[in-house]
Design a protein around this ligand. Structure first.
Ligand SMILES: *Cc1c(COP(=O)(O)O)cnc(C)c1O
Length: 345
């Protein structure tokens, strides 16, 4: 890995972060007249903890990642954007990502005016490690990996990801939004082995909390410090922090939900394979399946007419004639299958 100082943008490295009232005074007091807060409407009148220590301490127990190795954000979208703002000099630096993958990596590159280089996965949706590394140059700051990948649903091979982490000398972001549904273990236990790794996880999928907008980045304390310096001071509000503390009390419930989703995914895959117009159902490690149809557009429109919305991925690289279907409840899935069984083309 290059020195962090050479990877971080010069202005960010030199930045003196905004100092809020509570940064200057730490500890307990009886009268707070330092932040121009309104003394009424307790407890929502007070600015929340900018570093969300209580939530991180609980995450330490649940995730096994030390609080100081965690950044919390407004969904994963925030840490995705922070990677560009921290590391990529607009119009000079570039990032390299797999293709197809999650759209936000490119959207944030475009917003930040950073060149986005795509390297196709193999036909099998496996990582083309040599192709990926060949697309990097001295201005490549970040490589984007997503495993299990969206929209293909497969986990990338551990050995392939290890090669990228070892052989690329910049930052490697590994988006694990769906790792709870996968059989392969998360890389979150291997932060000390790979100082250039940033792992993204989210409350939106397995934790069933997309509405609250809470995402996590796990990385070395050095990388987390850089990201903390440039994030909005109060990026995670008090309501969200309270919500997180509450749902983190019952990780067993989440495990049960994940178990149910995995079972229902297996049934959905099997049921889809029986349909005459389904060409292929790709092995999924996520909470959705990607299925290749004889005519994805027609199937998509037919389902819309029935009030069932799936994601048409027909126009996505390597996904022609493919539809992405989220695993729903048993009832939702059978409604979908009932409709598909009546589809005449
Ligand atoms: C759904 C998803 C996320 C989650 O994004 P949030 O902003 O946390 O809701 C992140 N990465 C991928 C690949 C996803 O599919």
């Amino acid at each position: 890995m290059r020195d962090l100082k050479d990877l971080v943008r010069k202005n960010v490295w030199a930045l003196k972060p905004y100092s809020c009232a509570r940064d200057e005074f730490k500890g307990e007091a009886s009268v707070y007249l330092d932040a121009n807060e309104n003394p009424r409407n307790n407890p929502y009148n007070r600015y929340p903890d900018p570093l969300q220590w209580e939530v991180k301490k609980r995450l330490e127990q649940v995730k096994g990642v030390k609080a100081e190795n965690i950044l919390l954000g407004n969904g994963s979208d925030e840490p995705i954007d922070l990677m560009y703002r921290a590391f990529c000099e607009p119009r000079i630096d570039n990032v390299v990502a797999i293709c197809p993958t999650y759209g936000m990596y490119q959207v944030c590159a475009d917003v930040n005016d950073v060149e986005y280089r795509s390297v196709n996965l193999k036909e099998s949706y496996e990582l083309d490690v040599d192709g990926l590394l060949a697309a990097t140059d001295k201005n490549t700051k970040v490589v984007w990996l997503c495993s299990p990948n969206n929209p293909t649903g497969n986990s990338l091979k551990t050995a392939d990801m290890e090669r990228v982490l070892k052989e690329f000398d910049g930052i490697v972001v590994l988006d694990e939004a769906y790792s709870d549904f996968a059989s392969a273990p998360s890389f979150k236990t291997r932060l000390s082995e790979f100082p250039n790794m940033v792992i993204l996880q989210t409350f939106s999928k397995a934790w069933a909390s997309a509405a609250v907008r809470l995402g996590m980045a796990f990385a070395s304390t050095d990388i987390i410090s850089v990201l903390n310096k440039i994030k909005y001071p109060y990026n995670v509000n008090k309501l969200t922090q309270e919500y997180a503390l509450d749902i983190l009390k019952d990780p067993k419930k989440i495990e049960d939900w994940v178990e149910q989703t995995i079972q229902l995914r297996g049934k959905l895959e099997k049921d889809l394979r029986k349909l005459s117009f389904v060409v292929d159902v790709f092995k999924s490690d996520a909470n959705f399946v990607l299925a290749k149809m004889t005519n994805a557009q027609a199937v998509y429109e037919y389902l819309v007419g029935k009030g069932i919305i799936v994601r048409n991925r027909n126009r996505v690289t390597l996904c022609s004639e493919c539809i992405r279907i989220t695993v729903g409840t048993a009832e939702e899935n059978s409604e979908l299958m009932g409709a598909l069984n009546e589809f005449a083309f």
